[in-house]
Design a protein around this ligand. Structure first.
Ligand code: GDP
Ligand code: MG
Length: 190
């Protein structure tokens, strides 16, 4: 256990939500601190690995191991639905993403959740991200509305981000990493 603890853990995490909400941009900003204004449609899935070191995760209350999030950024286009199912399998965490300027992208997350819950347990740790908060004048979803959804989904938290400006990206991913560790410890699966 100690040897394993010092090596840390890798967890598969799926990033889901409608097309163009900013999934690929969030993962790129988180893993490479880069942003691309050009819209590159994701075909199939992207794949990225990010180490969150023990000293970043640890709090006064608890020491956490190194966690590597293996981020699967799925294609959001409906016609790729057939290829999505295998990607959910074996996920330890879920990141739901919507665009704060498009209320329908928040509404559609219930459908995304339903699809995932055919492959993973409802208790799987998750977070909700409202992205594109830099577009202040176009904003149409309030934090309160999003928090309600996060509560319904039993998410570990709701985070407002800008993948463009690199705002608040780390907080959500770190919360999810802690939640996955806490959850697996509780289930005696670490
Ligand atoms: P995905 O389809 O969910 O992976 O979305 P992308 O990451 O490809 O982003 C879709 C479009 O939204 C691209 O043109 C991005 O440049 C843009 N975008 C992503 N995140 C943000 C953000 O936080 N703010 C703004 N203004 N644009 C964003
Ligand atoms: Mg994408």
């Amino acid at each position: 256990m100690e040897a394993q603890r010092s090596k840390g853990y890798i967890f598969k995490t799926v990033v889901v939500g409608d097309g163009a909400v900013g999934k690929t941009s969030l993962v790129m900003q988180f893993t490479e601190q880069k942003f691309n204004t050009q819209y590159i449609m994701t075909i199939g899935s992207n794949f990225a690995l990010k180490l969150i070191p023990s000293d970043v995760l640890s709090t006064d209350m608890k020491e956490y191991p190194d966690v590597r999030l293996q981020l699967w950024d799925l294609a959001g286009q409906p016609h790729f639905k057939a290829v999505r199912h295998p990607f959910y399998k074996g996920s330890s965490g879920i990141i739901f993403v919507f665009d704060v300027t498009r209320p329908d992208t928040l509404e559609h997350l219930a459908g995304w959740r339903e699809e995932i819950l055919k492959q993973v347990k409802p208790s799987t740790p998750s977070i909700l991200i409202g992205n594109k908060i830099d577009l202040k004048n176009d904003r149409k979803v309030t934090a309160e509305q999003a928090q309600k959804v996060a509560k319904t989904f039993n998410c570990a938290g709701y985070f407002e981000t800008s993948a463009k400006d690199g705002i608040n990206i780390n907080a959500g991913f770190q919360t999810l990493a802690r939640k996955i560790i806490d959850f697996l410890e509780k289930e005696n699966k670490l």
